[in-house]
Design a protein around this ligand. Structure first.
Ligand SMILES: [Zn+2]
Length: 242
């Protein structure tokens, strides 16, 4: 069963938009950007299976396969933050591919102190994988010359202490994790959440030049926001919530 809808923004940017009834995140895939035999990058592999028993990871693997991308060919898995609906399937993705794993140092520390609790709360298993390196605020350059993908890592605490967003300057795409959604913002009532920090993070994101805002979840207002004016309007609206 495939619950994801594939949305291609560029040759190197696909979003697998979650369409199941239960909770899961959207997964971003940057196909064929790394050197070598494992060229795909996955951002937020999501749940293995959610509260309604929907087979989230299986669905992602199948949806990717329809686009010609094998999970076995993943070389890097990035987590925007460590919540189960974003990171639970990291182990499975890595088992199948041998991919490296990364998140921010702050988020890794949070995961190993309070963050694992979320998995117990939601009945899942915390992933065992450890990061091969940490994501730091600033530039992350991936891939070989012809296929180079320049990514800016933006540190955006508030929803989770070490949450990050990913900005692709050339294509003006912002992967906003659980910081900002269409018409809505990330929750701050979970352990490690902070409305003050979230406000600051959203302020910082709103200064970027964004054509496509790709959030971690869909809302009633939609999922991917397209067009500079729409993105601006969305930031204007959500700033009224905090
Ligand atoms: Zn979250």
């Amino acid at each position: 069963m495939i619950y994801h809808k594939s949305v291609k923004l560029t040759d190197h940017f696909y979003c697998y938009v979650w369409q199941g009834r239960g909770n899961n995140c959207n997964t971003v895939v940057w196909p064929s950007v790394l050197r070598g035999e494992h060229p795909h990058v996955l951002v937020d592999p999501g749940h293995v299976r959610n509260e309604l028993g929907e087979t989230c990871f299986d669905s992602l693997v199948q949806a990717m396969a329809k686009d010609g991308f094998k999970i076995e060919d993943a070389g890097l898995v990035i987590a925007t933050h460590s919540h189960p609906d974003h990171m639970e399937a990291a182990d499975l993705a890595i088992e199948k591919s041998g991919a490296l794993f990364t998140l921010s140092r702050e988020e890794d520390e949070f995961f190993h102190t309070m963050g694992k609790m979320f998995f117990q709360m939601f009945g899942g298993k915390p992933p065992q994988v450890s990061p091969s390196f940490y994501l730091k605020e600033g530039d992350l350059s991936l891939g070989a010359k012809e296929n180079k993908l320049a990514v800016k890592v933006v540190s955006t605490p508030g929803h989770s202490p070490g949450s990050i967003c990913l900005y692709l300057e050339e294509d003006k795409i912002l992967v906003s994790g659980d910081v900002v959604f269409a018409g809505s913002i990330g929750r701050t009532d979970f352990p490690g959440g902070s409305p003050t920090l979230l406000r600051k993070s959203i302020d910082e994101l709103s200064r970027l030049d964004v054509e496509y805002l790709v959030p971690g979840h869909n809302t009633e207002a939609g999922n991917i926001i397209t067009g500079k004016d729409q993105v601006k309007r969305n930031f204007y609206t959500v700033k009224m919530f905090i």
